[in-house]
Design a protein around this ligand. Structure first.
Ligand SMILES: [Zn+2]
Length: 477
């Protein structure tokens, strides 16, 4: 979650994350093989997943414990819990002492690799979090504020076990691009050795409830951090088997179909037998499909847990077809269910899932029209062709057409209203962030400006009337 100091760059982080979601490249590396390869069989899909009963991992709710689990659905209890904290060596950032000394150890190790980690924000009290959250809510509205900042009592920062890190030169501070900076890369790779994990990864917003935050690390202690890392789980929610949130996304997901288990079947924290068992689903039970599929494994919900099961032991897999989607479209405006089409630009494999690891259903000849049946995933589209349904790489589709183009729908969905703002006064656009800079032009009151995603000390870089410059955020709504 965001740092406290000067509310720095909240917008930049949020907007760039949203943009990244819509502008992700179409997996060029796999694309080339995708066109020609026709017969790979996925070995994992036939792996027999033995049905061993394993107790579900207990979720720690005691806030004084290092493994306390905190998210929007699991608030701190008591709500105003305040841990004992110490200042991290050489900084005024505070953490619980165990986390602080682990952090210092990590900083030393990174320095040996020539990487200088800066502590940006650590412990935040309930009151401080309330201030922050209210600030974001005022500016962006509550629903958007909730994606970038925690409701007081639900922030990991309140545990004294979470830290936001940065580079010494503030490169990409609290922005998605931080992931590609020296510190972003080093901590993501090595943090777990010191007990820190990246808590809000890319593409997991519907699970964690937060935008991608490559700067936010959670201290779990080294043994739990290592176990988490080895589990292959993408989120702590998945690790504990509670990857179900109260977000709207999930009501969408529940409409993605059902299947029946043909054996006592392990639900795991990830797609593959090397992942931790969340629970064992008895034979002949109906599970809900979330719509995610990977290498022959399906993400399912059963008995209020979410996890992955091998498709080998599922039958009666029913995925709602177009007419059914119409029914469910009433529950969500964000769901794009219009039937769309595109043209293949090569002989193109249709596969059972989004990725070359999935079985080929058929090969669609070049220049054929396919119907797009749902939302894009990692550059792959679910399509229908010649009475069959499956996934194809978007790399080899062109001429997307329909009444409401998919890309627009997606952009509308994922770009926050914060992408444009309205001036509440005649407002000077300046050449830099601050009144000491040259006025580029004056934007009349009530005009819409486009935010570029860069913010500095309360000033926003905006576009207006084909000019780019800085305006004070005080006069934007
Ligand atoms: Zn944070």
């Amino acid at each position: 979650m965001k740092q406290t100091r000067a509310f720095k760059a909240p917008l930049a982080a949020a907007v760039s994350a949203a943009l990244m979601a819509t502008l992700l490249p179409l997996a060029p590396a796999t694309a080339a093989t995708e066109v020609t390869a026709r017969t790979e069989v996925n070995a994992q899909a036939v792996t027999v997943d033995s049905a061993v009963q394993v107790a579900t991992k207990k979720i720690q709710r005691d806030p004084s414990k290092t493994d306390v689990f905190v998210n929007k659905s699991y608030p701190l209890s008591p709500k105003k819990y305040a841990p004992k904290t110490v200042a991290v060596k050489g900084t005024n950032v505070r953490l619980q002492s165990s986390a602080a000394s682990a952090y210092s150890k990590m900083v030393k190790a990174a320095a040996k690799d020539g990487v200088k980690i800066r502590a940006v924000s650590g412990y935040r009290s309930y009151a401080r979090q309330a201030e922050l959250y209210n600030y974001y809510s005022r500016i962006y509205g509550q629903s958007y504020a909730s994606r970038i900042s925690a409701v007081p009592g639900t922030s990991e920062h309140q545990t004294g076990l979470a830290i936001d890190v940065g580079n010494n030169n503030s490169q990409c501070g609290l922005q998605a691009c931080f992931a590609n900076t020296p510190v972003g890369k080093w901590v993501a790779k090595n943090g777990y050795k010191y007990g820190f994990i990246l808590r809000y990864p890319k593409g997991q917003e519907s699970v964690t409830g937060y935008s991608y935050e490559p700067w936010h690390f959670r201290y779990l202690g080294t043994s739990l951090a290592k176990s988490y890392k080895n589990s292959g789980a993408k989120t702590l929610e998945a690790y504990y088997g509670v990857a179900k949130s109260k977000s709207n996304n999930n009501s969408d997901k529940s409409a993605k179909g059902t299947a029946k288990t043909t054996a006592n079947l392990n639900m795991r924290s990830g797609a593959g037998t090397n992942n931790r068992i969340v629970l064992t689903i008895p034979r002949s039970k109906t599970v809900q499909l979330t719509g995610s599929k990977k290498s022959g494994w399906y993400e399912v919900r059963y008995s209020s847990k979410t996890g992955w099961v091998s498709g080998t032991y599922l039958s009666n897999i029913s995925i709602p077809s177009t007419p059914k989607k119409k029914e469910s479209s009433k529950d969500s405006k964000s769901k794009s269910t219009n039937s769309k089409s595109a043209k293949t630009t090569a002989n193109l494999n249709m596969r059972t899932g989004a990725g070359t690891g999935n079985r080929v259903v058929l090969t669609i000849p070049r220049g054929k029209q396919v119907t797009i049946t749902g939302s894009k995933k990692s550059g792959w589209y679910p399509v229908k062709y010649s009475g069959k349904s499956g996934w194809v790489s978007g790399q080899y589709l062109s001429n997307f057409s329909d009444s409401a183009p998919k890309s627009n729908t997606e952009k509308k969905k994922s770009s926050p209203k914060a992408a444009t703002k309205t001036t509440v006064a005649n407002l000077n656009m300046r050449s830099g962030a601050g009144t000491s800079n040259r006025v580029v032009l004056t934007i009349p009151k009530g005009k819409k400006v486009t935010l570029t995603g860069t913010e500095k000390s309360g000033w926003y870089k905006v576009k207006y009337s084909s000019k780019t410059g800085w305006v004070s955020g005080k006069y934007l709504r």
